[in-house]
Write a protein that binds this ligand. Structure first.
Ligand code: TRP
Ligand code: SF4
Length: 322
């Protein structure tokens, strides 16, 4: 069984990526033929005018994946734009995809309510799911690990596949299924959505001092003024972090101590920061040791492997069309 997933290279990874995506990729590479790629063309769909250094961002991203435990000996790691067949298949799919399917995509509809996107309304953003479809089906992926927000894209992918099969009277693609990541979304330390612009995320290369200074300022249950005030861990962001990074016994212990008013928020945060540090420290250290040349070699190998599969598929597609 084959798994394919991509990530856009838009900046440093934080704990949300680790918990929500990379831990999952690490497990998947053990039992699936896994293809993980840097979706650099997809980054352009919204950020074409931001002057991103996509080459550097892509190398950094792959470095962080490997630092997190994604293993280039188990999974194929590559760069989308290095495998031009993605673009060729995207072109073909654009020919057969009704614009109405793309206009009813929730991500698109949502963006069109925001003035900055509405003003741009670039074709590449509208056709984002078409490129994503090409990314997936060019490898005959069985499963696509994604978050909830990407579900409509997978539905469009299946529709495009069925439409192609109907038009060309041949079944050359697999209909991909989503593999939903079950972990709850990790909020930012201020309780809002985790985002670079809110400065409420902990990045995978931060030092223990930086981690503590962020956790120290995290939002807690406002009902707790004195240490003995009974707390409500379910409304506390620090508790969300305990659930993600502390072991089960400690989570239980914190929960009852908070409710009983027998632990102070400062102590609770210290324990939380220590457990985060236990996860981040090895990632930070592995990242510091990885050399760019090493990563470039890994990417070169991955690109080659991906291209050999994608180009065969594309030959098949072209035989059907021409
Ligand atoms: N759209 C995905 C995201 O924003 C990234 C992506 C691009 C992707 N192509 C893909 C994910 C193919 C899975 C499969 O997260
Ligand atoms: Fe949150 Fe911990 Fe304080 Fe309870 S004790 S409110 S879980 S920080």
């Amino acid at each position: 069984m084959r798994v394919v997933s991509g990530m856009r290279p838009t900046g440093k990874l934080h704990l949300g990526h680790y918990i929500g995506v990379l831990k999952n990729w690490k497990n998947l590479q053990e039992s699936y033929d896994s293809f993980f790629f840097v979706a650099d063309w997809h980054a352009l769909s919204t950020k074409y005018d931001e002057g991103l250094d996509l080459k550097e961002l892509s190398v950094e991203l792959v470095k962080e994946w490997i630092a997190c435990g994604v293993d280039p000996n188990k999974a194929t790691l590559f760069i989308q734009s290095a495998v031009k067949e993605h673009a060729e298949l995207y072109l073909v799919f654009n020919m057969i995809t009704p614009v109405s399917w793309l206009e009813r995509n929730p991500t698109y509809k949502d963006a069109m309510t925001q003035p900055e996107y509405k003003k741009k309304n670039n074709a590449g953003f509208l056709t984002y799911p078409v490129l994503q479809t090409a990314d997936i089906v060019i490898y005959d992926a069985d499963l696509v690990p994604i978050g909830e927000d990407q579900k409509p894209h997978l539905e469009i992918a299946r529709e495009i596949v069925r439409h192609f099969h109907y038009i060309y009277k041949t079944e050359i693609f697999k209909e991909p299924q989503e593999l939903l990541t079950e972990v709850a979304r990790l909020p930012g330390l201020d309780g809002r959505k985790m985002s670079k612009s809110y400065n409420n995320a902990i990045y995978l290369d931060e030092t223990s001092d930086e981690i503590w200074s962020k956790v120290r300022k995290a939002k807690t249950d406002p009902a707790r003024i004195k240490k003995t005030d009974p707390g409500h861990p379910e409304v506390c962001t620090v508790f969300d972090y305990h659930k993600a990074f502390s072991n089960k016994e400690e989570v239980k212990e914190i929960e009852s101590a908070c409710k009983a008013g027998s632990i102070g928020c400062v102590e609770c945060k210290k324990r939380c920061a220590a457990n985060i540090e236990n996860i981040v420290a090895p990632i930070r250290e592995r990242k510091a040791k990885l050399k760019n040349d090493e990563i470039l070699d890994i990417i070169k190998e991955g690109n080659k492997r991906a291209k050999s599969i994608a180009s065969k598929k594309m030959e098949e597609v072209n035989r059907v069309i021409f």
